[in-house]
Design a binder for this molecule. Structure first.
Ligand code: MG
Length: 395
């Protein structure tokens, strides 16, 4: 005997206004791994062999666009599929989806497109729960919060506390005997029941609905805060930034490198404190973040930066980089100077750079070299620094 035909209905007809405001599109269309959110559920259903086909329910105005999009993706499903327009209420959308399922179909799964993490194991569990004594099976999670009911007139007032041991949070997919679900939707329509899930319609009609364990990861994307669940790091990418700076000797700023004052008879010309190592480092960090250079953020004509500690500028640059999703991993700094000799200061500077960058010292490499008396550093006319920074940028 052939297994009874099973169809899945994916409800993607909601307006999702909280997310529409935050991302400019309804949540079912949010791009995740290069595909619209609803597609991930469709893929999970296609991986479970008893599923014979899928009906997608979209807002009426989106149906044609999504039909073209699914036509381009359908090779990933390998199943018959169809699209139907939803209604203003969830129950209407479910009813319209159900009307599109073939009459030969014996079991139906109804799923919210906003739950992209549904697994074939959960699909199997709800379907297996439909054992002939139950007309519907829903995935359930025990509630861990204390749930209180608000007063009907004054919703800021507690009416009562519900006994938590018997409370369950209900997910989708929900599995149904197709004929009973059709009757339940008819019953709901006749009695104008506005249900938040399909099982409620069966309950209202007095049909038996069972529960199987849901999955905590099977969350519903509802608010902008839920979107972080969609970030899996796959779109993050490594980046690097290069920085260079030079300062002339003979000024009035005591020589500072990496935030450390180097006691010597050399001073530098500078508007800020003239820390050549930190200036090269700031440029490298700004490069990682594609934010231009030190001059555009901290102009040397601005009196606000007269004599300012470059450690403060570095902190600002790190904040700017952080704001655009850049996380610094490692820094390599090279000082080129004939004088002073920096050997004794290397570990001290390195430790201070680690502190300023908030990185472990083993992520910092600090080097110093001369140019063998060639060029302006060789003639002790000035000092220069190179910096190379590697980072991860959020995609
Ligand atoms: Mg400079």
């Amino acid at each position: 005997m052939n297994a009874p035909e099973v169809w899945a209905i994916i409800l993607a007809a909601g307006a999702g206004s909280r997310l529409r405001d935050a991302c400019g599109m309804a949540k079912q269309y949010i791009c995740f791994h290069g595909k619209p959110l609803y597609w991930h559920s469709a893929r999970a259903f296609s991986h479970y062999p008893p599923i014979s086909g899928i009906v997608f329910v979209f807002p009426p105005e989106d149906c044609e666009r999504e039909r073209r999009r699914i036509a381009g993706l359908a090779h990933e499903l390998g199943l018959p599929w169809d699209i139907v327009a939803g209604g203003p209420e969830r129950s209407v959308s479910g009813r319209n989806g159900l009307a599109r399922v073939p009459r030969t179909c014996k079991k139906v799964l109804i799923h919210d497109a906003a739950r992209p993490f549904v697994t074939p194991a959960l699909i199997q569990r709800v379907l297996k729960g439909l054992d002939g004594t139950l007309a519907g099976v829903v995935p359930a999670i025990a509630v861990t919060d204390t749930i209180k009911m608000a007063n009907a007139e004054n919703p800021d007032l507690v009416e009562c506390t519900l006994p938590r041991a018997r409370l369950r949070a209900i997910q989708t997919p929900q599995a149904f005997d197709a004929e009973t679900l059709r009757q339940a939707h008819k019953y709901g329509e006749d009695n104008e029941i506005m249900a938040t899930d399909d099982a409620s319609l069966l309950e209202a009609m007095g049909a038996r609905v069972g529960m199987v364990p849901g999955e905590p990861v099977n969350i519903k994307i509802t608010s902008p805060e839920d979107l972080h669940c969609l970030k899996d790091g796959h779109s993050d990418y490594p980046c690097s930034g290069f920085g260079y700076d030079a300062h002339r000797y003979g000024g009035n700023r005591p020589l500072k490198l990496g935030g450390i004052t180097i006691p010597c008879d050399l001073a530098v010309h500078a508007h800020s404190d003239g820390d050549v190592a930190l200036h090269a480092l700031i440029d490298a960090i700004l490069s990682c973040a594609c934010l231009g250079d030190i001059g555009c953020h901290f102009p040397d004509k601005d009196p606000a930066f007269d004599g300012i500690s470059s450690a403060i500028l570095l902190d600002d640059a790190l904040g700017m980089a952080r704001d655009v999703g850049v996380r610094i991993l490692q820094a390599d700094i090279t000082i080129v100077a004939q004088k002073p000799r920096l050997e004794a200061w290397k570990s001290h500077i390195c430790a201070n750079l680690a502190r300023l960058l908030n990185l472990p010292p083993e992520r910092i490499n600090f080097k110093a070299t001369t140019e063998e008396k060639m060029g302006f550093t060789g003639r002790v006319e000035g000092i220069k620094a190179y910096a190379l920074v590697s980072a991860i940028k959020e995609g």
